[in-house]
Design a protein around this ligand. Structure first.
Ligand SMILES: [Zn+2]
Ligand SMILES: [Zn+2]
Length: 393
C-alpha cells in the first residue's frame, strides 16, 4: 500500500518543474494570462476535476469527493511583482522587471500538487474541495475581494485555508496561530501646500519641507503617545518628494505612507489621529494640506478552531520539532477577504535555508525559496483537505 508520504515523494520532481516554469514566466496582478492558461492546462490533465475561470485570470478546480462531508476552499495566489530579478539561477525570470519575489510560484505549484493527489483518489475525499488559483494578491483592491464579491466562489463554503511560504522561517517549519495574524494595510497620501520662494529668504515663504519634516516626526508620537503599547499600530512615511534645486523653497511637499493595525476600532480611529497631527502642524506654520486616506485589505483574523485543527495537522505531518506557534505580523494579505465569508485560517510554511541561499526578505530582487518547502506545503494542504472536510470537523 502506498502511503501519503510515498505519493508526495513521487510528486517532488513535478513540483520543481511547475515552480520553475512559473518562476521563469512571472506576470503581475490582473495580467496573469499565461499563468492562468498554464494552470488550467495542468488541471485539465488531472481526472475528475471541474475546471473553470471565475474571472479572466483566476482558475478554479472543483473536486467532488466520494464521501459525505463539508465544502473546503483551498487558496493559492498566482501573481508576481514589478521587481527586476537579480538571481542568476537557470530558471530566473525571463521577463525583465517582473519577478516572483513573494513565493506565489511556490504556492501555485503546491496547490497543483494537492489537486493531483486528491484527483488520483477521489474515493478517499469527503465533501467537496474547491481549489482557487487567485489572481492579483499584490495589487489592491486585490483578486480575493473580486472573487468574493463578484462570483459564486464562496457560496456554500464551510471552511477555508491557505498558506504563505516564508523565507524568514527555516525550511520545513509550519507556523500557525489563532486570532489576529496579519494586519490591515491602509494607505495615506498627503500634500502639504506651502508658499515657495527664494532659499535665502525663508521668512517670505511657507516652507513645505520644514512643515513636512515636523509631520513625519510627530506622526510617530501618535504611535508612541496616543495609542496603548499593546494595541499594535505602525505608521510609516515611505515617500517624501519636494523641491528641485538648492536655492528654491518649493510650493508643495508630497508624501505617501502606510498605516498598519489589527484592531478594527483602532483602524477606524487612525485617520482622525493622523489628521489631527497634520492639521495642527500645518496650521501652526501657515500651511494647508490635502490628506487622502485609503483603506486596504482587512486584518487577517484566523478562526480559533480551524487554527487549532491546523496545529494538530502540523504536529502529525511535520512533527513537533518542525512546528512553531506563529507570531502576528504587520504585513497584509487579501486572504482576509475569504475569512469575511467563512471560518478559516491561514498559516506559514518556512522556506529559508543557508543551502538554498533563501533568507532574502520577500519582495527583494534576490528572494527565493528552499524548494523542499514545496513538499511540506503539499503535505499540509493535502492533510487539511482530508481533515477539514470531515462531517462535523
Ligand atoms: Zn508579497
Ligand atoms: Zn505574498
Amino acid at each position: 500500500m502506498t502511503t501519503t508520504q510515498d505519493r508526495v515523494s513521487e510528486l517532488t520532481e513535478q513540483l520543481l518543474k511547475w515552480r520553475r516554469h512559473l518562476h521563469m514566466n512571472p506576470e503581475v496582478g490582473f495580467q496573469e494570462h499565461k499563468t492562468a492558461a498554464f494552470i488550467e492546462a495542468e488541471l485539465n490533465s488531472m481526472p475528475g476535476l471541474t475546471v473553470t475561470r471565475p474571472t479572466e485570470t483566476s482558475v478554479l478546480a472543483v473536486l467532488r469527493g466520494g464521501q459525505p462531508g463539508r465544502t473546503l476552499l483551498l487558496r493559492a495566489d498566482i501573481d508576481a511583482l514589478p521587481i527586476h530579478e537579480e538571481n542568476q539561477f537557470e530558471f530566473a525570470s525571463q521577463t525583465p522587471g517582473v519577478m516572483h519575489a513573494c513565493g506565489h510560484d511556490g504556492h501555485t505549484a503546491i496547490l497543483l500538487g494537492v489537486a493531483r493527489l486528491l484527483s488520483a483518489h477521489p474515493e478517499e475525499v469527503p465533501g467537496e474541495i474547491r481549489m482557487i488559483f487567485q489572481h492579483a494578491e499584490e495589487v489592491g483592491p486585490g483578486g480575493a475581494e473580486e472573487l468574493v464579491m463578484q462570483t459564486e466562489l464562496m457560496n456554500g463554503v464551510d471552511v477555508v485555508t491557505g498558506l504563505h511560504l516564508n523565507s524568514q522561517l527555516p525550511a520545513g517549519v509550519v507556523a500557525v496561530k489563532p486570532g489576529a495574524f496579519m494586519a490591515a494595510p491602509d494607505m495615506i497620501e498627503l500634500t502639504i501646500q506651502g508658499r515657495g520662494g527664494h532659499g535665502a529668504h525663508p521668512e517670505e515663504t511657507v516652507d513645505p519641507i520644514a512643515v513636512g519634516a515636523q509631520v513625519v516626526a510627530n506622526l510617530q508620537h501618535v504611535v508612541s503617545r496616543q495609542v496603548a503599547a499593546q494595541d499594535a499600530l505602525v505608521i510609516s512615511i515611505t515617500s517624501f518628494h519636494s523641491g528641485t534645486t538648492h536655492n528654491v523653497i518649493p510650493d508643495t511637499a508630497e508624501m505617501m505612507g502606510t498605516v498598519r493595525t489589527f484592531d478594527p476600532a483602532l483602524r477606524q480611529k487612525a485617520p482622525q489621529l493622523i489628521e489631527r497631527v497634520v492639521k495642527g502642524i500645518c496650521e501652526a506654520h501657515g500651511a494647508t494640506y490635502d490628506l487622502r486616506y485609503q483603506f486596504g485589505y482587512r486584518p487577517l483574523i484566523n478562526t480559533d478552531w480551524v487554527a487549532e485543527q491546523l496545529r494538530e495537522i502540523a504536529l502529525e505531518t511535520v512533527g513537533p520539532e518542525h512546528y512553531q506557534d506563529a507570531k502576528p505580523t504587520m504585513g497584509g494579505e487579501d486572504f482576509s477577504a475569504y475569512l469575511e465569508k467563512a471560518p478559516g485560517a491561514y498559516f506559514n510554511v518556512g522556506a529559508g535555508s543557508e543551502e538554498a541561499d533563501s533568507h532574502w526578505p520577500h519582495h527583494h530582487p534576490r528572494f527565493t525559496i528552499d524548494e523542499r518547502s514545496l513538499e511540506t506545503g503539499v503535505r499540509m494542504l493535502h492533510a487539511a483537505a482530508l481533515r477539514l472536510t470531515l462531517p462535523g470537523a
